[in-house]
Design a protein around this ligand. Structure first.
Ligand SMILES: [Zn+2]
Length: 453
């Protein structure tokens, strides 16, 4: 077991490594990020003490309701969808979504997860509390999954060797991990998530990961286009003991393809036909799945989005007392919390509301023929997304790309609502005057004036 203080590379053992960054962000001791130019890996010195979090209802609520990670985890699994696997193991699977989807997609007879953190049980799969491989009873598996785990282990070579030891001869493993090779690029996106000070230990480059797998007698296929929580800065590695096994594995599909999004939407729907939610965690999960499904259905223009959104809106009313009008008070409540601890707000706040209001608005604009309602919802989503981003950007990192889109669509829907009113009924000028009192209305008016004779 490495002691985590030597400056030699923990992957290729090169003695010469260089200081890449020094992180001093409220950790017990400042931490160094070092790069190895011989193999392209990055690693932390000293290694942080393992801290898995977990066991907090507030974090569970946030993760189940809002966290946008399930979809990108499932993308990494699509290449083995339809390949039979009798026994599946997931290492460090959190709530177990990847394991659950793999069980459905590969027709497994036995599912097993090993996880050191206390996690809310929402999917009812057996969980062994502890570390891989030390705490896992003997046995081999046809499929082993480890999503965003490799970067957390202090002895990654031993970890990979243990995965090979637990694979059947025809078995496969899928690993996702941040791509340590892109860290040296200037300001790569998701840099903060890749570094995760206090949590990550070793970040592999694709070359080093491939070389390590070969040195252990295995074969692998690495896709550096990314999937997993670090987006396109992630690596997806499919590994096997024999080359012929890898030949059965499909390519990693594009995240934006219809096939990918359709498969993930189908998984969400399969989870939503489960019996009614009973525990708070099951209710958060159900709301979170509905929100993710609504986003996907709207983005692939699936007509079922209308029913999904209607159920989501009923839930907002039942669980939070938020009818259409009451949602307008939320930005003020959120504004008052900016700069404070989000733990106070989360129990009262539907964590997906900013994101999902954007997709609800998109539906009204494109399918429900309601540009006025769409403009209102876009501007609600814009205010919520901006407040979430300004006050709690660490929590709502997934919002970043939506803010600009929400701003653009608020303007488009406002223009369209004014245009449809004007053309349908010139007597609606009083209402138009009220719209024009707002800044977005004035922009729309300038646009409209250009259109008039
Ligand atoms: Zn190295």
């Amino acid at each position: 077991m490495p002691d985590g203080t030597s400056t030699s590379c923990p992957v290729c053992e090169a003695h010469e490594t260089r200081l890449f960054d020094r992180l001093d962000v409220g950790l017990a001791a400042p931490s160094q990020v070092r790069c190895c130019d011989a193999c392209g890996c990055a690693f932390f010195r000293p290694f942080p003490q393992p801290d898995h979090g977990g066991g907090s209802p507030v974090l569970d609520k946030f993760a189940l309701e809002y966290a946008t990670g399930i979809g990108c985890m499932l993308e990494a699994l699509l290449p083995v969808r339809g390949l039979p696997a009798e026994r599946i193991l997931e290492i460090g699977g959190g709530y177990g979504f990847l394991l659950d989807a793999a069980g459905l997609w590969c027709g497994a007879r036995e599912l097993c997860m090993i996880e050191p953190a206390p996690v809310a049980g929402v999917l009812e799969h057996p969980v062994i509390a502890g570390y891989f491989p030390a705490d896992l009873p003997p046995g081999q598996f046809d499929l082993i999954l480890a999503s965003e785990v490799l970067e957390h282990v202090p002895a990654p070579l031993d970890f990979l060797a243990a995965i090979f030891a637990r694979l059947t001869a025809g078995g496969l493993a899928i690993l996702t991990t941040p791509n340590g090779g892109v860290l040296r690029e200037e300001d790569p996106p998701h840099r903060a998530g890749m570094l995760s000070p206090g949590q990550h230990m070793v970040l592999f480059s694709p070359q080093a990961l491939e070389k390590t797998v070969r040195s252990l007698g295995g074969v692998c296929r690495i896709d550096a286009r990314g999937a997993g929580r670090t987006g396109r800065n992630g690596l997806v590695c499919v590994l096997a003991r024999e080359a012929r096994v890898l030949e059965r594995v499909g390519p990693l599909p594009s995240a934006s393809s219809l096939r990918t999004r359709g498969a993930i939407a189908a998984y969400y729907r399969a989870k939503l036909v489960a019996p009614p939610a009973e525990t708070p965690a099951q209710r958060w999960l159900r709301a979170g799945l509905l929100a993710r499904l609504a986003e996907l259905e709207v983005s692939i223009d699936d007509r079922r989005a209308g029913a999904t959104i209607a159920e989501l809106e009923r839930g907002l009313e039942q669980d939070y007392g938020l009818d259409e009008a009451a949602q307008w008070a939320l930005p003020d409540a959120l504004e008052a919390c900016v700069g404070q601890d989000l733990h106070e707000l989360i129990p009262r706040y539907p964590c997906f509301l900013g994101r999902v209001s954007y997709f609800r608005a998109m539906w009204r604009l494109n399918h429900a023929g309601d540009p006025v309602g769409a403009a209102r919802l876009f501007s609600l989503s814009l205010r919520l997304l901006m407040l979430e981003q300004r006050g709690f950007s660490h929590w709502f990192a997934g919002n970043r790309s939506l803010v600009a889109q929400a701003a653009r669509h608020t303007l488009i829907a406002t223009r369209r609502s004014i245009e449809s009113r004007v053309l349908a009924n010139w007597l609606g000028l009083a209402q138009l005057g009220r719209e024009l009192a707002r800044p977005a209305g004035q922009q729309a008016w300038r646009w409209l004036r250009g259109k008039l004779p």
